[in-house]
Design a protein around this ligand. Structure first.
Ligand code: GRF
Length: 229
């Protein structure tokens, strides 16, 4: 066979080539909706598409929660515009104006506690968190990461997956612990890495799955016992 000939080795004609997206059962949803609504505080640094996906699910009545406050740390984060569009209260806590990570986290904790927030949802929050935040919401700080953890931790997960030439990568929602991108996993979705992927095309494919699993992982978290260390 002529190894130089480019043939399409993956079937792209089907809707969801090779994806594995977990879906909660009807019974799980029923139980989730039988409980009091979850009060969420969101932390976002950038685009905020996950934040918006969660807001949308709530608005559609498909997640029993309310977003009481969205905190962002970059003045030009697009997440702020999304908050305005969804009429969700927002607050800028610019990390450059705090003398330490601890001081920033203390301000976050105070702002969330003032709103009686129970769950902290990190949606593209690009700051390393401290014990001050984790201890204030034990087992209730969630994060989404663009890889199948424990593979490819850190800020360049997508580039790492491409460099490693894996066939499958994905995204993970997990409870936050002090060690970055660790902590008990709640939900994962698998996403194929295609031969001509760039970081951008792969990230877009992963984000489609992130928007599916993050609301579901939040619902799942409401059903599971809080792990004790
Ligand atoms: C997501 O891809 C997430 O996995 C990572 O940061 C990105 C945030 O995207 N932690 P967005 O701001 O929600 O659009």
């Amino acid at each position: 066979m002529d190894s130089g000939a480019m043939i399409e080795v993956f079937d792209r004609t089907i809707d969801n080539p090779g994806f594995i997206t977990p879906v909660l059962s009807p019974q799980a949803w029923q139980q989730h909706f039988a409980q009091p609504a979850m009060s969420l505080g969101i932390l976002a640094s950038g685009s905020g598409s996950n934040f918006e996906a969660i807001a949308q699910r709530i608005a559609e009545g498909r997640l029993n929660a309310s977003i009481r406050l969205m905190i962002y740390n970059n003045p030009d984060a697009k997440a702020a515009e999304r908050a305005d569009r969804w009429q969700i209260p927002k607050r800028l806590l610019n990390h450059r104006e705090f003398e330490s990570r601890e001081a920033l986290d203390q301000a976050i904790v105070s702002a969330f506690q003032e709103q009686n927030i129970e769950w902290v949802v990190m949606a593209g929050w690009m700051r390393i968190v401290t014990n001050g935040l984790i201890d204030a919401f034990p087992g209730r700080v969630l994060n989404i990461h663009p890889s199948l953890l424990p593979s490819f931790k850190g800020a360049h997960a997508i580039e790492q997956a491409i460099a490693a030439q894996v066939r499958v990568t994905g995204c993970t929602v997990h409870r936050v612990s002090l060690e970055v991108d660790s902590g008990p996993i709640l939900l994962q979705a698998a996403v194929p890495l295609l031969p001509d992927d760039t970081p951008d095309t792969l990230h877009r494919r992963i984000q489609t799955q992130e928007h599916q699993i993050y609301p579901q992982a939040i619902a799942l978290a409401s059903l599971l016992p809080i792990p004790t260390e």
